[in-house]
Ligand binder design. Sequence first.
Ligand SMILES: [Zn+2]
Length: 104
Amino acid sequence: MGTQEISSRLVNDKEQLEKRIKAIEKDLANKRSQDFAEQAGENENNEVLEEILSETHKELNLVNSAIARLSSGQYATCSSCDNPINPERLSALPYTNTCINCAE
Ligand SMILES: [Zn+2]
């Protein structure tokens, strides 16, 4: 995969994640505005959504830092041991910042 291809893939991922975050936040806001009688049953649902929301934020942070590393030329370098990251690993996990050895 060329740099250009990785870059557009990451930017695309970023857009998808941002859309997902907006949709979840909207959903949570809608649920919170319901009347109290209905809210009791919704609380559990909200917890699941909030968990997904926090995971999505984490993923977005990873994607953003991958984009930053890409523009600084550090993209394919392990942030932990400075060895090159296997291209196959990057292709499977485009936002990873560690080589396979450091990930385990
Ligand atoms: Zn490493």
